[in-house]
Design a protein around this ligand. Structure first.
Ligand SMILES: [Zn+2]
Length: 92
């Protein structure tokens, strides 16, 4: 079975956003995008994507992966594209 790297990256970002430690070894250009996405989505008691209150980090993680996995996956895709372009242009 082919592993969807973007879905894996999105799950990893959700896990870190909810306060978990990174567990998956990701390719460096995706790793940067995952780190950035998890900072943007960092747990603050409610979901930054839809505003729903989540009382626990565990609940937040489950919410992110059940409701927003597709959004997080495309966020990471565009972040990693942006990072790659910045690098080409010598900005990073
Ligand atoms: Zn939400």
């Amino acid at each position: 079975m082919k592993i969807d790297i973007w879905a894996e990256a999105a799950k990893e970002a959700a896990s870190r956003a909810a306060g978990g430690r990174g567990s998956t070894a990701l390719p460096p250009q995706i790793e940067e995008a995952v780190a950035e996405a998890s900072r943007m989505l960092e747990y603050r008691g409610s979901c930054p994507l839809c505003g729903r209150r989540l009382d626990t980090r565990r609940g937040y993680y489950l919410h992110l992966t059940r409701v927003h996995l597709e959004e997080i996956s495309s966020l990471i895709r565009s972040l990693s594209r942006g990072l790659a372009e910045g690098r080409r242009e010598g900005l990073i």
